[in-house]
Design a protein around this ligand. Sequence first.
Ligand code: E4P
Length: 217
Amino acid sequence: MKFFIDTANLAQIKEAQDLGILDGVTTNPSLMAKEGITGHDNILKHYIKICNLVDGDVSAEVISTDFEGMVREGDALAELHDQIVIKLPMTKDGIKACKYFSDRDIKTNVTLVFSAGQALLAAKAGATYVSPFIGRLDDISTDGMHLIAEIRHIYDNYNFETEILAASVRHTMHIIDCAKIGADVMTGPLSAIEGLLKHPLTDIGLAKFLADYNKGN
Ligand code: E4P
């Protein structure tokens, strides 16, 4: 399973990259705003900084909601850096734009996916990634993980190449459950990734090893 980090925070991206397990980055307009990155030019410059920090794919979201606007914006984003993936909303125009970019071998990420039907359409349009939002489904008392399983089943039935990018991951158990189901990628915060490191028996065991070593020294 690929690990993407879901943030526009450069320090956190660098920390995950330095851990040696990072495969890419996802951003969205809210994550950019959270870091105080506003204004068209600043946002574009920030994407370049992110691309220069990591080796893998970096999702950059369009703001336009109409097909022509998405194509214009996406073409410009794709020119920025070869690691950029065009993130498109799951709408009629978004699906048309996804087809436009996939026909031109430009990578896409169809975002704001909340149903198996939406994921099926994204795959038909040739999306590189589809982003079902687990946490936001959980927020409304729906089983986000069930959606990942449904999409896995459908994609496997037809050998769709679109990768399931489990998004809106909020905690460590989400990552483990996604891995069990077979999501291709997960994107989550650094805290959820670092949670995978932790087990109290590891800490206790290490403390005991060090104490026993020190007895002889
Ligand atoms: C996905 O690409 C989105 O950026 C993200 O995962 C949304 O997560 P949230 O629901 O925690 O805002």
